[in-house]
Design a protein around this ligand. Structure first.
Ligand code: FES
Ligand SMILES: [Fe+2]
Length: 378
């Protein structure tokens, strides 16, 4: 069936090849993940000078490291000498410098070249020019966001804008004081699905009644199929008998101190394109970051963030974590069930979006517009 013959209540999805074609994925890496702000690491994971993490951003490996001055910096994870990968570990800590394992060129935590065998024979090289290649970095919500573009897009319009567009105001997210929360649990999911299937799934709730029995128990309005993300400023209300955002609806923790009355007993979900989901409930925040690895594989790192008191006291967060962990597994299973079908002839022209999913059409338009943008690297 082609788009032109669709009944008025349906709109088309992207064709299947958008989820299976490595060339399209390569374009997405260049024009989306290497061009936009990308949420890379939780700042508190790099708690001491010399702590580093390396992350995959599009086709590049990026190191984020805490300097001796306490600031976070990001660099391409490539030695300027002959191009060896500098940090081969995903995370770790160095004392005062990053040393290349090949010929021992050594860089300060600010990226400057500080030592190399026979450096005295190269008196004419500029230590900054031959330092590590810097990547733009901004900290917000307690995360380091990086951007590989020479001229990054506006953080305010792209990242802040996504939040205010969804919540009605940017200020509404400040009640949760996300930068000051502590990581109570982190779960990393290796999802065998294209990143767009994960975004699309997160944006709609047409599937909630079918696959999320625990979530719809806590948020009964989700059984009607309309996601919280369908309405600006709307948070799904807890059911009358529900005492907390936990797997059994029992009480969780005290609400975070800044929560406004109209935010209490409500769940808000935000998609910050291209790779972040933020879930807000009164006593914690669930923060997803996606790392697209291949056209059919995405690593999702999910942080459950609580007040520092809850985490420091060692209180049991299991029932609280279990609710959204189940939601994640249910969602990612659904995405993995769709991924193989994307290559089927049945999906060559794509599928359809029902009325409660029509807003996903705007995401598809956004993706195709991004892919059509000029890019000097792809
Ligand atoms: S490639 Fe790094 S020191 Fe030679
Ligand atoms: Fe879901």
């Amino acid at each position: 069936m082609t788009a032109t013959s669709l009944p008025a209540s349906l709109i088309p999805t992207l064709p299947g090849r958008y989820y299976t074609d490595p060339a399209i994925f390569g374009l997405e890496q260049a024009r989306i993940f290497e061009s936009m702000w990308f949420c890379a690491v939780r700042s508190s994971d790099l708690d001491k000078p010399g702590s580093f993490k390396s992350v995959q951003v599009g086709r590049e490996s990026v190191i984020v490291v805490r300097g001796r001055d306490g600031a976070l910096r990001a660099f391409l994870n490539i030695c300027r000498h002959r191009g060896a990968k500098l940090c081969t570990d995903d995370s770790g800590r160095v004392e005062r410098a990053l040393q290349c394992p090949y010929h021992a060129w050594t860089y300060g935590l600010d990226g400057k070249l500080i030592a190399a065998p026979n450096l005295a024979n190269m008196p004419d090289i500029d230590r900054t020019e031959y330092g590590l290649v810097k990547v733009h970095l901004r900290e917000w919500l307690g995360y380091a966001w990086v951007c590989l573009a020479d001229e990054p897009p506006s953080f305010e319009s792209d990242v802040h804008g996504a939040v205010s567009e969804r919540l009605g105001t940017l200020e509404a997210i400040s009640s949760y004081e996300i930068a000051d929360l502590a990581v109570g649990r982190r779960i990393v999911y290796d999802v065998r699905a294209n990143w767009k299937l994960i975004v699309e799934n997160f944006m709609e709730c047409y599937h909630c009644a079918t696959i999320h029995p625990e979530l719809t128990e806590v948020l009964p309005e989700f059984t009607n199929g309309y996601a919280a993300q369908y309405y600006v400023g709307h948070g799904a209300e807890f059911g009358v008998d529900i005492n907390g955002f936990t797997v059994d609806g029992n009480a969780g923790f005290d609400k975070l101190p800044g929560i406004r009355e109209d935010q209490d007993r409500r769940y808000y979900a935000i998609t910050i394109k291209p790779q972040v989901f933020v879930n807000l409930v009164p006593d914690h925040v669930i923060f997803h970051r996606m790392y697209p690895i291949a056209e059919d594989r995405t690593i999702v790192e999910c942080d459950w963030l609580y007040s520092t008191e809850v985490v420091a006291s060692g209180r049991d967060v299991t029932r609280s974590v279990e609710l959204f962990h189940r939601v994640n597994v249910q969602d990612f299973d659904a995405c993995e069930r769709c991924q193989p079908a994307m290559g089927s002839r049945a999906y060559a022209n794509g599928g359809v979006l029902s009325p409660s999913e029509h807003h996903i059409g705007a995401f598809h338009d956004w993706v195709t517009a991004k892919l059509a943008e000029a890019d000097d690297r792809s």
